[in-house]
Design a binder for this molecule. Structure first.
Ligand code: 13P
Ligand code: SF4
Length: 358
């Protein structure tokens, strides 16, 4: 289910104006909101005429997040919605790998991402050839790739996961008796998930002797060296600073943060888990250790909640997605996600397995 109430597909210009002003008034100057209203309404009309559905990731800038998406959510929620949509066109207001996932699930539909520059340092951090080599080195291993990868990497995998179900996917594989699990490419997500399940973790960069030292009948998570260029910047000192300034704050962090950060925070989880927590759990204030637009989006949606909005770390890839580009995307049918049929075939099963484990 979407985390937030979104604007109706049949909203008039006046309804669009009221919704956007109401949502955004505490975080964007009125004059800037007004400048976006007609643009948002043009997108709403266009998507209806074209039978398009707009999916918006939680990191979308507030003017996008609080206007045109039919659904907002984390990677897992949006992939699940993409798997079931009856729309002819899927517009993914998110980054490119998310559009690819939607395309794999909907090979005959048009899938658009409004910017062709919206990449991801994790997705760029591993190739299909890297995974082929890892499989040669660890032939007994089952391969799990994070959804933040391109389709070619997914095509080399047995399972995909998101930060929302990484623990469940890992536990499922351990329960099935897999003792060597390649968990790629995010070194921090892999280490954090292994820590959570109390399973040893080694990076594939280690010498063979390190792997041989772990008995073959015991589970071992083997990771890669990619990192999120945003979350890797959070430090344990940042957590200490927030605690010093706001001793009553609940600190929530995304598991793409370094393990030393995760060890100090109160709640770990995907962006959906953070949205749910802020909505459902009363606390004097909340600090989010994740892409900082989320704090703004939650402050706009839950004005009765006290969000600490001191953070300035933005994902440049997510920030490429604007209302202007979303309208241009619909009008020019750009940028279309195209994948070779054999790649779609190979990437489909790991993605479907990911959606099934929730
Ligand atoms: P979520 O799946 O938690 O939304 O995270 C996606 C992402 O890119 C985090 O950096
Ligand atoms: Fe990729 Fe990090 Fe941006 Fe998420 S925040 S899309 S992991 S670069």
């Amino acid at each position: 289910m979407p985390a937030s109430a979104t604007l109706s597909r049949t909203a008039t210009l006046d309804e669009t104006r009221r919704f956007m002003h109401d949502r955004l008034k505490s975080i964007i100057p009125e004059i800037e909101i007004e400048a976006k209203v007609e643009l948002a309404h043009a997108i709403i009309e266009r998507k209806r005429e074209m039978n398009a559905v707009i999916l918006g990731h939680n990191y979308m800038e507030p003017a996008v997040y609080h206007s045109v998406p039919d659904y907002v959510g984390d990677s897992l929620q949006l992939a699940s919605i993409a798997a079931e949509t009856e729309a002819d066109i899927i517009v993914f207001c998110g980054v490119w790998f998310m559009g690819e996932t939607a395309k794999v699930l909907n090979p005959t539909k048009t899938v658009l991402v409004p910017s062709d520059k919206a990449g991801c340092s994790l997705a760029e951090g591993i190739t299909a050839q890297d995974i082929q080599q890892l499989k040669k080195r660890f032939p007994e291993a089952v391969v799990v790739t994070y959804v933040n990868t391109y389709a070619a990497a997914k095509g080399e995998s047995d399972y995909c996961c998101t930060s929302g179900n990484a623990d469940k996917v890992l536990q499922t594989l351990i329960d099935q008796g897999h003792n060597r699990i390649l968990f790629l490419p995010d070194t921090y997500l892999a280490a954090n998930t292994a820590n959570e399940l109390q399973v040893p973790y080694l990076n594939a960069q280690e010498e063979d002797a390190a792997f041989e030292a772990v008995p073959a009948d015991q589970p071992l998570v083997i990771g890669w060296n990619a990192k999120c260029e945003v979350h890797e910047l959070f430090t344990p000192e940042d957590v200490d600073n927030v605690r010093r300034q706001y001793p009553d704050a609940v600190i929530l962090a995304h598991p793409e943060c370094p393990p030393e950060v995760m060890a100090k925070v109160d709640v770990a989880g995907s962006t959906k888990k953070m949205v749910d927590y802020v909505r459902d759990v009363d606390a004097p204030r909340y600090a989010l250790f994740t892409e900082c637009t989320m704090g703004d989006n939650l402050a706009a949606e839950f004005p009765h909640r006290n969000m600490i909005r001191a953070c300035t770390l933005r994902c440049k890839h997510m920030n490429y997605i604007t209302l202007e580009d979303t309208l241009a995307g619909l009008e020019k049918l750009q940028y279309q996600v195209e994948l070779a049929p054999d790649l779609i075939e190979r990437a489909r099963l790991p993605i479907e397995r990911m959606i099934a484990i929730r």
